[in-house]
Design a protein around this ligand. Structure first.
Ligand SMILES: [Zn+2]
Ligand SMILES: [Zn+2]
Length: 383
């Protein structure tokens, strides 16, 4: 079914099936706002199509610039509300996509006055750029070299995981602040100046490798704790609840876990005195690396698998088979799993199934958000 058909279907939802709070109204208004925004931008882009002098003011009026921003912002906000409320997400995603296209067009138009050259709205630009770059890189790789060839790009629950991606991209500013708090505390307490001078003088690549090794050691133990401590597992189980692995699956992670994991792994990074370029280099690598190890890519990497975490290694971590439980915690260097006795990588096999044993994690972002805080309903006895 085409997107247009789906949009129309959702718009035509009978009145009794769309009570207030169902996300229909916000979705419809979002679509309206985003289309209005797109139209305004198009009129600015192609002034020659504007043969009506009555509306020529739209070209250069400051008030129109303000109105355009307002309309696009409304499109974003309403689309998000609709995505949160509605179980059918076509309207929300469509409005969001149109708003994004309109915003990108608006900011890239040279004569667009009023100083809109700064970042777009609330980290949405960050999200779009991420998804475009990472998606364009990994979707073709997954199609050409699939580990599971039957899996489609738009596999079940991809929308939920895209929503995770969206939320964590938008939270990037807030999270950045929270996650640096422990490192700032350590910096204020501990004098490491002599040590830092040694670090800062090391070559760039060596610094990046040290950051990777140090953060992965911290990450290993934090990750292992999230598996071993029942209260923490309730959060981490959400990351493991995905039954299809691909580049998007890694985005599924509870905000609390993201905050804890990032702040603790940031500790060595921001206290040992690395150069900012090295930290940025590391962050860039990690960004692609975490998409890579979740991706549905079936490369046979031979001896490299001994030294680096590969998709197959991390897929085993996500396996729900009996011999795939509580293994392979490292995210860069499998040596930590060798050292601490959790390494598991059969010669060539991939795990049979993915997911959480018992499968008690609900579906959908908000249900999963509150899942760690609520008691499980007792399961009906099975015959
Ligand atoms: Zn895990
Ligand atoms: Zn994972």
């Amino acid at each position: 079914m085409s997107v247009l058909r789906k949009v129309i279907n959702q718009l035509e939802t009978p009145r009794d099936q769309r009570p207030l709070g169902s996300g229909w109204l916000s979705g419809a208004l979002a679509l309206l706002a985003s289309l209005a925004g797109l139209l305004m931008v198009l009129l600015r882009w192609f002034p020659e199509t504007l043969s009506y002098p009555e509306i020529a003011f739209i070209q250069d009026s400051g008030a129109v610039t303000v109105a355009l921003r307002f309309v696009l912002l409304a499109g974003y906000a309403l689309a998000l509300i609709s995505l949160i409320l509605s179980t059918r997400k076509t309207l929300g995603w469509t409005a969001l996509a149109i708003s994004v296209v309109a915003s990108l067009m608006a900011t890239s138009q040279p004569t667009f006055g009023g100083g809109t050259s700064q970042s777009l709205y609330f980290g949405l630009d960050y999200f779009i750029i991420n998804v475009l770059i990472v998606g364009f890189l990994f979707v073709p790789l997954e199609r050409f070299f699939p580990a599971r060839s039957e899996q489609t790009v738009f596999r079940p629950e991809w929308q939920e995981d895209m929503f995770y991606y969206l939320i964590s991209s938008m939270m990037v500013q807030v999270l950045g602040f929270i996650t640096l708090a422990p490192a700032n505390m350590v910096n204020a307490q501990v004098a490491l100046d002599d040590f830092r001078i040694h670090i800062v003088n090391l070559p760039f690549l060596v610094q990046v490798i040290i950051i990777m090794a140090a953060t992965d050691l911290v990450q290993y133990w934090v990750h292992r704790a999230f598996h071993m401590v029942p209260f923490l597992w309730r959060f981490h189980a959400i990351h493991h609840s995905t039954k299809k692995m691909d580049w998007l699956a890694g985005a599924r992670m509870h905000l609390m876990e993201i905050a804890v994991l990032r702040s603790l792994t940031a500790l060595p990074m921001f206290t040992l005195g690395f150069r900012p370029e090295a930290i940025q280099g590391y962050l860039l690598i990690v960004y692609f690396y975490s998409s890579f190890i979740h991706a549905n890519i079936g490369w046979k990497l031979g001896f490299l698998e001994r030294f680096f975490v590969t998709p197959r290694f991390h897929h085993w971590h996500h396996g729900s088979d009996r011999d795939a439980i509580d293994i392979n915690y490292a995210s860069h260097f499998p040596i930590y799993d060798w050292l601490f006795g959790t390494h598991h990588l059969p010669e060539t096999d991939w795990p049979e199934n993915y997911g959480v044993v018992g499968d008690n994690v609900p579906k959908g972002y908000w249900k999963q958000f509150i899942h760690p805080f609520v008691k499980d309903k007792p399961k009906p006895p099975t015959a």
